[in-house]
Design a protein around this ligand. Structure first.
Ligand code: SF4
Length: 481
């Protein structure tokens, strides 16, 4: 479920950013990118942007808001002629709401121009930025994309791919980057493959996207995932694959299956909806309960809830309606207004839940505040009993790879037992899916995934012995407010 209510206290693993790239001479690449960004909108609603190259010049249009808001004036697309494009939707997990951080970044440097956009987080980003600033670099944004742009610009190599191969060994973290020169599209993925990036094919060209649902939207066909530590270059000569990092243990973020990805996307050859249904069946088998109906918290938990209902032999009902038309204007700064924001976004269906024993299914519990609101709303709507079931293990450790939870003190499961959490959120019972159950439902080897937020084992050096993200002074101040 997504409750994106501001950087400091969002009570969910918030969406990742979404990236898209296309090389397709003869196609309206700006418009295709616009459609693809619609499909990736769930990965970030803070800002959106498109950059297009025509062989000589790179032009960009971007701004704060949803894709539909940023490109409400469709003349913005007409101002982007060319045959190579990048697109980006951004979730503001890495800092405050700043339009200046909208991507793609378009820069000019000694060897020409480039555009860059990314999904993820460099765990040594603050350190690299300090070093670059000490050496005279001037930053205009707080994005990791700009760090890569500076490294590329300073390394002295004319060829973009050569410059990247020279620069990337300096960075650590979880990332998928898409870049372009005026006549070339490049995609690459961190050595552990923590963040996803897939390659697709369409008539006359190729596409790259964070999720395969973007391919379906524009009529492209999935070819394969970009391998961890691999870089693909697409230009008039076709496709060229090369490694920029030696093989490392795979560690894709398992939360892609639990929450981030759209149900119609496929990850590692598995359809996300079907995996979530299996999560639900396993969750119900681990935590059976006598009840009247099962409902999911929209949207990510609907697939799971259908699996829970099947396993328990109970009706699967619409317990909540979700208002899908709340944009960034509802991001509210105070706790009171954030509570109102939850209620605006979710409304229980009284006629369904009144007088019933309800099993309510959600994907995770982070701070517990959203779960408390959900239970409260169901009780106010007349639910007789509320049994919460969670399709992931307890989140006990922060994520330092681009998600918002930056300190274990914020995590309710790091401080309380399951029974204590149930009491704290006001549920009659609470059950989390086990780590074994999660992996059984995904049906892929455990060693291929990052599960650090469940077990504290971080696949990439984090810059802090506790695995916690390095913070800017500005972020530290925000944390204590
Ligand atoms: S710690 Fe790992 S599994 Fe958890 S959200 Fe971050 S990347 Fe995903």
């Amino acid at each position: 479920m997504s409750l994106t209510l501001g950087y400091r206290r969002a009570d969910k693993m918030s969406e990742e950013c979404g990236v898209f790239g296309i090389y397709a001479p003869g196609s309206d690449v700006a418009r295709l990118t616009y459609y693809a960004l619609y499909a990736l909108q769930h990965r970030g609603q803070e800002s959106a942007g498109i950059a297009v190259a025509d062989g000589r010049t790179i032009r960009g249009e971007k701004g704060p808001g949803l894709v539909a808001e940023v490109f409400a004036d469709t003349d913005r697309l007409k101002r982007l002629p060319g045959h190579v494009a990048l697109g980006h939707v951004r979730h503001a997990g890495d800092c405050a709401d700043r339009a200046v951080n909208a991507q793609p970044l378009v820069i000019r440097y000694r060897h020409g121009s480039l555009a860059i956009a990314h999904n993820g987080n460099l765990t040594n980003g603050h350190r690299l930025r300090e070093e670059l600033e000490t050496e005279g670099s001037i930053f205009q944004t707080t994005t990791d994309s700009e760090i890569i742009a500076h490294l590329v610009a300073r390394c002295g190599e004319k060829e973009l791919t050569t410059a990247l191969k020279k620069s990337l060994p300096k960075v650590q973290g979880a990332y998928a980057f898409v870049l372009m020169s005026p006549d070339q599209l490049i995609g690459l993925r961190d050595p552990h493959g923590i963040r996803p990036l897939s390659l697709g094919k369409m008539p006359g060209g190729y596409v790259l996207a964070s999720e395969t649902c973007a391919f379906d939207t524009i009529g492209a066909e999935f070819v394969r995932d970009i391998a961890p530590g691999e870089m693909v270059t697409i230009d008039r000569h076709g496709l060229h694959f090369e490694r920029f990092a030696p093989p490392a243990p795979r560690a894709m973020c398992i939360f892609e299956f639990i929450y981030f990805a759209r149900p119609d996307s496929n990850l590692l050859g598995r359809n996300v909806h079907l995996v979530r249904k299996r999560l639900g069946r396993r969750l119900a088998a681990e935590h059976p309960v006598a009840a009247d109906l099962v409902a999911g918290v929209p949207d990510s938990s609907l697939s799971v809830a259908s699996g829970v209902a099947e396993q328990l032999g109970l009706p699967y009902e619409m317990g909540f309606n979700k208002n899908r038309y709340i944009g960034r204007t509802f991001i509210q700064p105070s706790p009171e207004l954030r509570t109102l924001g939850v209620q605006l976004k979710l409304n229980p269906v009284r006629q369904i839940v009144a007088g019933k024993r309800v099993v309510i299914v959600d994907d995770s519990i982070v701070r517990g505040t959203t779960s408390r609101h959900i239970v409260e709303m169901l009780r106010k709507a007349g639910a007789k009993e509320v049994h919460m079931r969670i399709s992931s293990p307890p989140v006990i450790a922060p994520c330092c790879y681009g998600l918002e939870i930056s300190s274990s003190t914020e995590l309710i499961a790091a401080r309380m037992s399951v029974d204590e959490i149930a009491a704290s959120i006001g549920a009659d019972s609470l059950g989390f899916l086990s780590a074994e159950g999660l992996l059984a439902a995904v049906d892929l080897p455990a060693e291929g995934f990052c599960q650090a937020c469940f077990n504290g084992c971080y696949p990439v050096k984090t810059g802090d012995p506790r695995g916690e993200k390095e913070h800017t002074e500005e972020e530290k101040e925000q944390e204590v407010q």
